[in-house]
Design a binder for this molecule. Sequence first.
Ligand code: ADP
Length: 320
Amino acid sequence: MSSTTPLTDPGARAAVAVVDVTKTYGDRKAVDGVSLTIRRGEFFGLLGPNGAGKSTLVEIMEGLRKADSGSVTVFGESPWPRNTALLPRMGVQTQSSAFFVRQTVHEHLRTVAALFGADRAAVDATLGAVGLDGQHDVRVDDLSGGQRQRLAIASALVHGPELIFLDEPTASLDPEGRRDLWEVLRGLKAEGRTIVYTTHHLDEAEALCDRVGILVAGRLVVTDEPQHLIRTFGASSRLLVPLGRIDEERARSLPGVDGVLVQGGHLVLETRATGRVLAALDTVTGLDGVQTRTPSLEDVYLDLTARRTPLAPNNQEQQA
Ligand code: ADP
């Protein structure tokens, strides 16, 4: 990787540095005072409900939109107004990626590659990596939704960019395609590339991302490593006990049980002390048929996005 930017600028050591950025549409704050540093080589996931401001924030980072206030640097340089020096260093896939629809898959990617000075070998290798090997001569118009998605991803990767923005890249992929793409993305990360990833698949974020940021109503409510988030927010484990084995009242009184509810033929015991509750259950009913569900990033996400009042960034407050 090359850098021509002075190292005295803190933004130069980061891939992306966003400082107190706001963007308002009419009276709606789409992005509301967001500060965020994405390190070089980091796999960063941007999560949040629809309308939270993810696309707006990412498009500001990409230099496609101008922030109302605050500053953004990419490799130490401002992406706005459109910075041609940065373009070859960035790869962008969006949900509305444009295609040369009358061309074949191979022609399309050759055209994209030529714009960035990438060669034919890169085109072949990239089509292979995204699983479009057998589609070289298919017209873009005739591709399925999932194949188009793969081509959009290939178009973002073909010139070997250092910083890759992917917007729900697995949205139209089948489960096998999803897993294949995960491997491609892990390979890109292993090569030291930086990836900024928006997704609604929390399992995906948990499996792939070094850190995630959760946006709610334009504010970044938390930024952390997925596993650390799960520990910090103390999301509960759930023990599923077949109905009829223990009554609700008795279950509620077991040491370590935080809550009890009935769900789909089970009494669900919520706890942050799984071992204690299992031991107590063993004494009362035995553990036959008891299932354990460990907390996931999805539990934390659902807790955080259900809040009315956003937390301060990196707030350590626990769920009651
Ligand atoms: P997300 O990507 O998280 O779904 P967006 O960034 O697309 O969120 O949108 C954030 C908010 O800004 C939404 O309320 C959306 O309606 C609004 N918004 C986005 N783009 C525009 C635009 N070009 N004009 C007006 N409002 C917009």
